[in-house]
Design a protein around this ligand. Structure first.
Ligand SMILES: Nc1ncnc2c1ncn2[C@@H]1O[C@H](COP(=O)(O)OP(=O)(O)OP(=O)(O)O)[C@@H](O)[C@H]1O
Ligand SMILES: [Mg+2]
Length: 262
């Protein structure tokens, strides 16, 4: 494995639901440390793609190659075990639990593991939570507060800190700021910039082109169930991306070598 080995390479990924061609022959690559955006109109296949690469659903065809190794995910836990952390739009946080309990939800640290008689190591989980939040640049005043009392932005920050704390390969964010206000959006974007500085590879699905152009290195355009091209952010502009999304621009008409026409 070299630094030229993609963290994630997707080859010919296909998913059909009966007669609905949700995703056909998708090719995609994410390089080490790279931040990529997935854009496209409603129904273009973005969520289907994410469900396939995070083990929520299985493809009809195609390969998922992680750090040079071909992998198959039977479940989201499988993908998580392989170092892929996902923050879904409907955050999987438990309302009545505090921050450390949410961060360690499903991977609790125990002091004494006697099967049903296990004792949780609250001190250690709290210590590691403080560390994770600090590394990710998330400021939460009172860790013992339950999620119920937190704003949408704070919740999103906790979810991203959790993903960043456990991801060994890459983080996927599905519309992380769709429901947030201006200030909260700015905070989440700062956290994403911090992940970039730390070299954590990331894929973000977003309809917000301002955000996409501010944050990522490369933009992948989905259209009618296909990945029609990818463009380096510095070599394109919002008008071109809108044209590709809507079909007004034919990817074959773009001459840059950076275009991957599928
Ligand atoms: N479980 C399913 N059964 C049947 N059709 C589905 C299923 N999931 C998705 N589809 C269809 O597959 C296509 C791609 O859907 P997908 O949800 O991936 O789009 P999307 O790009 O995420 O759109 P949006 O921006 O609206 O979230 C759509 O036509 C959708 O109706
Ligand atoms: Mg979707």
């Amino acid at each position: 494995m070299t630094t030229n080995t993609p963290v994630l390479a997707i080859e010919g990924l296909t998913k059909h639901y009966g007669g609905v061609r949700a995703l056909t022959d998708a090719q995609f690559q994410l390089m080490p440390g790279e931040h990529a955006a997935i854009v496209g109109d409603n129904g273009a296949g973005k969520s289907t793609f994410v469900r396939l690469i995070t083990g929520v659903e299985q493809p009809n065809k195609g390969n998922i190659v992680l750090d040079g190794q071909s992998v198959e995910f039977d479940s989201p836990l499988d993908a998580r075990d392989q170092g892929i952390e996902t923050v879904y739009q409907n955050l999987a946080l438990a309302e009545d639990l505090d921050v450390p309990a949410n961060i360690f939800l499903g991977r609790e640290i125990t002091r004494l593991n006697l099967g049903p008689l296990s004792f949780l190591n609250h001190g250690e989980m709290r210590k590691q939570s403080v560390e994770m939040l600090k590394t990710t640049g998330v400021k939460i005043q009172d860790l013992s507060e339950s999620m119920r009392g937190m704003s949408g932005g704070q919740r999103q920050c906790v979810a991203i800190a959790r993903a960043a704390g456990f991801a060994t390969k890459l983080i996927i964010l599905d519309e992380p700021t769709a429901a947030l206000g201006v200030q909260e959006t700015a905070r989440v974007e700062d956290i994403i910039r911090g992940l970039k500085q730390r070299g954590v590879p990331l894929i973000i699905i977003s309809h917000n082109l301002r955000q996409v152009f501010d944050l990522v290195d490369r933009i992948w355009v989905f259209r009618q169930g296909r990945i029609i091209c990818s463009r380096r952010t510095v070599e394109t502009n919002p008008e071109e991306i809108v044209g590709l999304i809507t079909g007004a621009i034919d990817p074959a008409s773009l001459t840059s070598q950076e275009v991957v026409a599928c």
